[in-house]
Design a protein around this ligand. Structure first.
Ligand SMILES: *Cc1c(COP(=O)(O)O)cnc(C)c1O
Length: 474
């Protein structure tokens, strides 16, 4: 006898599901009372090395396993003292949105259904927030790594024409060259690798003391490449670098890109969400002149993972890089296969979930002003953290606090000691900063992204840090 995979007893399922929902809500509501992070214990690890289960397990038993073996050992980014990496904290609204998304199980690759309208709404909202025209096209992707990669592909196709999709770049008379700063995220170089252009064709232009690309050096590099007979095609600016939160001079970059006929892409993985803050939006000046912007709702937008997005000013250039003519993707005049542009025309994904719904529900519920205020609060807390740390003569702030990232050193602590202190803080479950290298020196890095972080939380972090410094006689 064959059965569907639905529960036989919907009432029992309902009870278990509601109890689990309560469990997750409690987990979020009481997150501050638990360690930031815990190493997964042996039992939890062993639980995920078991053979394929052939027969059924009751949902209640599996839920118990989730509670015991998964929930205590998650990433830690819900906690207000998780600040090692630029991770969003999520919101309870985003969590329930995910229940709806999974329940409806829409395939948002294409076809004629409301999921595509929801996605289109996000493109309109971000165009409004960032000064793009209403006609701009947008598409959800896993994250900015993918969005930046797609921007490289679009810029390449724009430069060489659609025939490059068939012919590839092999045998091109001139070498395509892209430009970004030495502080750009590593995924830009990877995008050059994946697109077949090669990371050797990415010029990493030096930065000034504030971590912003030096436009004099950029212009010199472009001129040198042209003199060599190369073909400059792409300029990538960063709005919020991962090390220090620096923002490149986007207006200047836009002008250079226009003069030099380059595609101007902005990696706004961190910074694009500042479009929601009237107080911070000015820092993005010039972003409206970009050809494309990568952004992450799952970072400062606080939408649950994953929710990256690519916004492209010229919808035709966007489509020209990805749209495919397959018979099974043909459009009808009416019915479920209607619609002119489908998300599968705008990127390499065909089957794709409804990342737009959790993003829409989060923004619709909170409003842009409240999300913007949480972003401003991160920046404010970063400045006050830097002040508090800087007041301790044993500590030294190592980079200007442009946005929400504080990098500091401990006098007399070498690279190993910096790492030891960071790892101790993680293992004690008190706080999760990270370390990074700035000007060849190991520094402790606190990226304030979590909307839950408060001044009192940061005081707890400072006290724990100072206790460790005393412990190590620093
Ligand atoms: C996080 C980040 C990326 C990569 O984005 P993912 O969403 O992790 O793929 C790219 N650039 C910057 C500046 C980032 O902070």
């Amino acid at each position: 006898m064959t059965r569907s995979l639905d529960p036989e007893d919907w009432q029992a399922f309902r009870q278990t599901a509601h109890a689990l929902l309560d469990e997750v809500i409690d987990h979020i509501a009481t997150i501050r009372d638990r360690p930031v992070w815990r190493q997964a214990d042996a039992a939890a690890k062993a639980h995920f090395t078991r053979p394929l289960p052939v027969s059924e397990n009751p949902l209640e038993a599996v839920v118990d396993d989730v509670k015991t073996h998964v929930m205590p050992f998650a990433t830690g980014n819900l906690h207000p003292l998780f600040m090692g990496w630029v991770h969003g904290a999520g919101t309870p609204t985003g969590m329930v949105a995910e229940i709806v998304s999974a329940g409806l199980n829409m395939n948002c690759g294409g076809r004629n259904h409301i999921g595509l309208d929801v996605e289109r709404q996000i493109a309109l909202w971000m165009s409004e927030a960032l000064g793009f025209p209403k006609t701009a096209s947008g598409v959800f992707v896993t994250g900015s790594s993918m969005a930046n990669f797609m921007a490289v592909v679009i810029a390449r196709t724009r430069c060489l024409g659609p025939s490059v999709r068939v012919d590839g770049v092999v045998g091109q008379a001139r070498q395509l060259i892209a430009y970004t700063s030495s502080e750009a995220h590593g995924c830009i170089a990877q995008a050059m690798e994946l697109s077949g252009l090669g990371s050797a064709q990415l010029r990493k232009i030096p930065v000034d003391d504030a971590g912003r690309i030096r436009t004099d050096r950029l212009k010199a590099a472009i001129a040198a490449d042209r003199a060599e007979g190369h073909l400059p095609f792409l300029l990538v600016g960063t709005a919020g670098t991962v090390n220090t939160g620096a923002i490149d001079p986007l207006g200047r970059l836009a002008a250079i890109a226009t003069e030099e006929s380059l595609w101007f892409h902005v990696d706004g993985a961190i910074g694009a969400m500042m479009g929601f803050s009237p107080a911070l939006r000015g820092l993005l000046e010039g972003v409206e002149q970009a050809d494309s912007i990568a952004m992450d709702f799952h970072k400062w937008g606080q939408v649950p993972y994953d929710a990256g997005f690519l916004l492209v000013k010229d919808p035709e250039a966007h489509r020209a890089a990805f749209a495919q003519p397959m018979a099974y993707l043909q459009r009808a005049e009416r019915g479920l296969a209607a619609g002119e542009i489908w998300p599968c025309d705008l990127g390499p994904d065909l089957s794709r979930g409804a990342r737009a719904l959790k993003t829409w529900m989060t923004i619709e519920t909170l409003g842009s002003a409240r999300i913007g205020a949480a972003i401003e609060r991160s920046c404010h807390l970063a400045r006050s953290l830097a002040e508090r740390l800087g007041a301790d003569p044993r500590l030294e702030i190592k980079a200007p606090v442009a946005l929400n990232i504080v990098c500091f050193g401990i006098r007399g602590a070498d690279r190993d000691m910096i790492r030891t202190i960071v790892m101790d803080l993680h293992e004690k479950g008190i706080a999760a900063p990270s370390w990074t290298t700035l000007n060849g020196e190991e520094v402790i890095r606190c990226a304030l992204v979590n909307h839950r972080t408060s001044k009192a939380d940061l005081e707890r972090f400072i006290a724990a840090l100072q206790a460790l410094m005393e412990h190590y006689a620093l």
